[in-house]
Design a protein around this ligand. Sequence first.
Ligand SMILES: [Mg+2]
Length: 273
Amino acid sequence: MALDLLTIRAVILDMDGVLWRGEQVLPGVAEFFAFLGRRHIPFLLATNNSTRTVASYVEHLQAAGVPAQPQHVITSAVATADYIRQHYPTETPVYIIGQEGIRRAMAEHGFREAPAEARLVVVGMDFHVTYAKLKTATLRIRAGADFIGTNGDRTFPIPEGLAPGNGSILAALEAATDVQPLIIGKPQKPMFEMALARLNTAPQHTLMVGDRLETDILGAQRVGIRTALVLTGITTPEHARQAHTQADGVFASLAALHADWQAALDAVGTFHA
Ligand SMILES: [Mg+2]
């Protein structure tokens, strides 16, 4: 573990398990963003959730004390639509399984849905997925349409346990088509590359703060971004110690990261005084 916080010029943060847990905002969140503001350190919020729109995240973030604007939020839906905009002409007919987040992001880039002739099948989490939707996607992929998934999370936590996530929908389509989707969200590279481009910082001067080793930390490491694991979400201290993926720094919470960062700055200040 060798994380030099004094070299960090920009921060990417996961939200659930970092800023809040369910409905509860974690302690010290507003103070951390006030600190970033004072230090002129730009930030982005990055989530694999493709169901919600950027606007709904901005509202939620502001209520939590985070001074976020739409340009600060990258969902896997936004990253997916951005990737598609860069790689496909706008006239490409698409078929979408997913909710408002991915539908809005695709529509904002001018893509139209045409299930019967789709050349591209885009799949995000859909709480109303049906056999008919899976059938349409399967037929189009078998007819040669490209297959893109917003994110590969097989499950996500709910109060009763683990519920099926978008990765489970992708697995059903993979079984039906023998085609593997291109996945955009964490831990794949495209979402992190979009974040770096938007922040305009070098990966070694950028810090990813997340609560999940297999997505937030592993994905950031794939593109050379520095990593801070916080233990306020999915990862237990035991798992953090034993896991194959190791973050550059492990912190009890965002507040603890803030305290360490301030202490490092104070130490340098004292040294130069
Ligand atoms: Mg999380």
